[in-house]
Design a protein around this ligand. Structure first.
Ligand code: PXP
Length: 251
């Protein structure tokens, strides 16, 4: 049976706007509280090495002011590991990171970086975090993620969402099929399956309809849309579209 699909709201770009002026406004904690009131099931933040959005001290403020679980996205480095072990978030998602990139451009190549990623997964899991690996929807990456003992994989939806946005229906259908197959394969391997990156109102329903998915993480589009309709309305509509997709799958 298809369960409820959780929505993790990524508030990084509230911090991006705040950092543009260096003052306290807009406050990421206030945004996280608004997201909780609008129906978010968790708050996601990406702690980047270059501190371009949420910073170490911001995490303390968030964890003290929120009852929702926090999902910390971070690179698989010893420095980030030390920060995660200090904050003990509910969940950690390991992502690839390059300083010069505008956003997380692809999945983590866990097959190639096995020796680097594997000990970090183990240490985080030993500390009680739910560990997720942000990967491309690829059978080899799924097999390695399972072998590493990750509880969760998050499938990178960027290529699908870009094809939808560009109006390339055939390409979008191919990417969606790849995501659906990976979700099925991953679930058969006992992994919890999440998805995220680039999701908008136009791309969310076909993704949300994939029955094996347990959680979507959505950020940039929601914060952008909040400029026009407010954060509450943007999150409520995204939530409603996710629920509609699930109800249609179940019907
Ligand atoms: N999931 C992961 C692992 C990410 O790195 C990001 C971007 O930080 C997202 C989800 C959210 O992507 P977007 O901001 O495009 O919705």
């Amino acid at each position: 049976m298809t369960g409820k699909l959780r929505l993790g709201v990524n508030i990084d770009h509230v911090a991006t706007i705040r950092n543009a002026r260096g003052g306290p406004h807009p406050d990421p904690l206030r945004a996280a509280q608004a997201a909780a009131a609008a129906g978010a099931d968790g708050i996601t933040v990406h702690l980047r090495d270059d501190s371009r959005h949420i910073r170490d001290e911001g995490l303390v403020v968030l964890s003290q002011g929120l009852t929702l679980p926090i999902n910390l996205e971070m690179a698989a480095t010893d420095e980030m590991l030390a920060i995660a072990l200090r904050h003990r978030p509910h969940a950690v998602c390991l992502v690839p990171e390059r300083r010069e990139e505008r956003t997380t451009e692809g999945g983590l190549d866990v097959a190639r970086q096995h020796n680097l990623v594997s000990p970090i997964v183990r240490k985080l899991a030993d500390a009680g975090a739910r560990v997720s690996l942000f990967i491309e929807p690829d059978p080899i990456q799924l097999a390695v993620a399972e072998a590493m003992g990750a509880a969760v994989v998050e499938l990178h939806t960027g290529a699908y969402c870009e094809a939808v946005q560009a109006g390339h229906a055939d390409e979008a259908a191919r990417h969606l099929d790849r995501l659906a197959r990976a979700a099925q394969l991953g679930a058969a391997r006992g992994l919890e399956i999440h998805a995220g990156h680039g999701i908008t109102f136009d791309s969310v329903k076909p993704i949300a309809a994939i029955p094996e998915l347990a959680e979507l993480n959505i950020g940039h589009f929601l914060i952008g849309e909040a400029i026009f309709v407010g954060l509450d309305a943007a999150i409520r509509l995204m939530r409603a579209l996710m629920d509609e997709a699930r109800a249609e799958t179940a019907a």
